[in-house]
Structure formats: C-alpha cells, structure tokens
Design a protein around this ligand. Structure first.
Ligand code: HEC
Length: 131
C-alpha cells in the first residue's frame, strides 16, 4: 500500500513538473531580447557586407530602415528600467545615428564604414550604462 501511495505521489510530481515546463516554453521570446536580437542581426549583416566587400546601396538602405524601425521600440521593450529619461535619450541618440547613416546613402564599403561609425557607438553608449 505504501509503495502504491509513493508511486502515485511520484506520478503527481512528474505531471506537475511537466505542466510547469510546458508553461515555461509557451512564454516565448521576451520582447527586450527580441528587439536587441533583430538590431544585432542587422548590424551583423551590414558588417558582413563590408567584410565580403559586397556593399549594395539598396540592401544597405533596407537594413538601415529596418534597424531604425526597431530602434523605435527600445522604450516599449525596456521601460521602466530605472533612469528612464537617460534610457530614452540614449534610444533617441541611436535613432538619430541611424537617420544620419541613412542620409549618407552609402553605395560602397568605404561610405558604409563611415556611415556606421555613429550607429555602433550609440549601441555601445547605452550598453555601457544599462547592460
Ligand atoms: C537605449 C539603450 C540601448 C541601445 C541604444 C542598444 N541597446 Fe542593446 N541592450 C540594451 C540593454 C539594457 C540590454 C540588456 C538586456 C537584457 O539583459 O535583458 C541590451 C542587450 C543587447 C544584446 C543582448 C541581448 C540578449 O538578450 O542577450 C544585444 C545583442 C544587443 N543589445 C545589441 C544591440 C545593438 C546591435 C544595438 C545598436 C544597433 C543596441 N543593442 C543598442 C540597451 C540598448
């Protein structure tokens, strides 16, 4: 009888753990990680173009437009984070840097490198404070 009771308790604990695990998997990707992952992917793709010396104006502009659009979501993804005013300012700095980069209309890798300097710097500026 004792063994049957222990067996039932074991099955019950197993079932509860299973429900908890399924719940954890359902939560999906946190939005803050998603926003950073998409921006990081675009930065990596732009860097990759330079490394392959294959800088295409239309592709550069498409990726910068995407980066700029996602950069508009940093506050939605992270606030409140503590010093919200500072975070908002650093987010705006990133958006300004992306706008400046797009205005270069880089059509070759040299122009792309110049255009991207400010963008990389604004990622780092915020990470230095908030990450
Ligand atoms: C306004 C602030 C801010 C700006 C600008 C910013 N980040 Fe972040 N980033 C953060 C914070 C805060 C974290 C830490 C998130 C965490 O640990 O949950 C982070 C984390 C990350 C991560 C790790 C994500 C993870 O879940 O492990 C990557 C990759 C990243 N950022 C890339 C970038 C890139 C690329 C840029 C520029 C295009 C950028 N970030 C600009 C605030 C910023």
């Amino acid at each position: 009888m004792r063994y049957v009771a222990l067996l039932l308790i074991g099955i019950l604990i197993g079932a509860l753990a299973c429900v908890a695990a399924i719940g954890a998997m359902r939560q999906g990707t946190p939005y803050d990680s998603a926003v950073m992952a998409v921006m990081s992917q675009q930065m990596g793709a732009l860097r990759g173009m330079s490394e392959r010396n294959a800088c295409d104006a239309a592709e550069i502009d498409r990726r910068l437009a995407l980066l700029g659009a996602i950069a508009g979501e940093t506050e939605a993804a992270f606030l409140p984070i503590g010093d919200d005013a500072r975070f908002t300012q650093l987010s705006q700095d990133l958006r300004d840097a992306v706008t400046a980069a797009r205005s270069h209309q880089a059509a070759d890798c040299d122009a792309l490198a110049k255009a991207m300097a400010g963008v990389g710097g604004s990622c780092k500026a915020c990470h230095d404070v908030f990450r």
